[in-house]
Design a protein around this ligand. Structure first.
Ligand code: DAH
Length: 329
């Protein structure tokens, strides 16, 4: 009887070695471990033995059963694993690979917000070229041949009369050349200056230009529009001021300062950009009747606006393409 038991165990282990796929494994299970399987039968024989033989036979049968089921489980695991590796078995309940979802750059987001705010105030959007003529960038804006801003140290010239625009104000000229008042536009875009790069300077940055031309336009329109913009963009409590200034293309001119909390909660005035009433010489340059029409304009730095709004202290962060920074917006 005991020999028979041992034979069953040996047969089982030998058969298991020949099993190479899951269906053969199932056949094996039925043959040995199923309800009528050889191992199951072996165990049921013990009950029929005379009392004194039971302990020894029981021990042996149990040992054999454990060996065979252990080997069976092991075989099953290896077969399952190798099937998974060859992709035959797909677990549809496993979570998929995460897809990296992109988003717009913080400057693009800021720009969209600006265009949205000015859109609601009735401004259309205008664009101009980044490679610009001297006439549009300077001459038509009442900046004579001797104006210091024309200095090659302050501009990227392409040839004597062509340069990368150093501000978005030439878009004012292009719009006035191609359309008649009433004009109410904002013009966003890149501008270029050979500045030494540091926390607040870049050789390329963005500006938002605005131009309004119509009959009877006054500085009050400019002031209320700028105030409405600042309160929408930075919050209704934000304090700001005009500071008298000079630009060749506006008269009078002002700079717009915001009172903002800096580090340690200390408030300070920060310059956002320039503005003013369009100089009659600019109207003359584009053939708009300066007796009939008045207008106002501004040019704000978009990086500056974003830096103040989000508490960013280094302009270089915008352009380094570090996703740890960009992901925050
Ligand atoms: N273009 C000027 C600059 O880049 C900013 C500016 C000032 C724009 C006054 C304007 C303005 O439209 O009216 O420094």
């Amino acid at each position: 009887m005991l020999e028979q038991f041992e034979k069953t165990g040996e047969d089982a282990l030998a058969d298991l070695k020949k099993v190479t796929d899951l269906s053969a494994l199932e056949e094996f299970r039925i043959k040995y471990l199923g309800r009528k399987g050889r191992i199951t039968q072996m165990l049921s024989q013990i009950g029929k033995l005379p009392r004194e033989q039971k302990p020894q036979a029981g021990q042996l049968a149990n040992k054999i059963k454990n060996e065979v089921t252990g080997a069976f489980e092991q075989r099953k695991n290896t077969l399952l694993q190798s099937q998974q590796q060859t992709g035959e078995l797909i677990d549809v309940t496993l979570p998929g690979k995460p897809v990296n979802i992109g988003k717009t750059h913080v400057i693009t987001q800021t720009l969209s917000e600006l265009l949205e705010i000015f859109g609601r105030m009735g401004f259309a959007v205008a664009y101009g070229p980044e490679v610009e003529s001297e006439w549009h960038n300077f001459g038509a804006l009442n900046m004579g041949p001797e104006h210091p801003s024309r200095d090659p140290f302050d501009c990227f010239y392409i040839d004597d009369n062509v340069l990368l625009r150093s501000h978005t104000s030439p878009v004012q000229i292009r719009v006035m050349e191609s359309s008649k008042p009433p004009i109410r536009i904002v013009a966003p875009g890149r501008v270029y200056r050979p500045d030494t790069v540091d926390a607040t300077h870049m050789y390329m940055f963005h500006q938002l230009e605005a131009l309004v031309v119509d009959e009877g336009v006054s500085m009050v329109d400019m002031k209320t529009t700028i105030e409405q913009f600042i309160h929408t963009f930075f919050g209704p409590e934000t304090k700001w001021r005009f500071r008298p200034s000079f630009f060749p293309f506006t008269e009078p001119s002002a700079e717009v300062d915001l009172l903002l909390k800096g580090k340690k909660g200390k408030e300070s005035w920060v310059e956002m950009g320039g503005c003013g009433m369009v100089d009659p010489n600019v109207f003359d340059a584009v053939g708009i009747d300066s007796e009939k029409y008045t207008g106002w304009a501004f040019g704000f730095g978009i990086e500056r606006l974003a830096m103040r709004k989000y508490g960013i202290t280094d302009i270089r962060l915008f352009f380094e393409n570090d996703l740890r920074f960009l992901d925050q917006f």
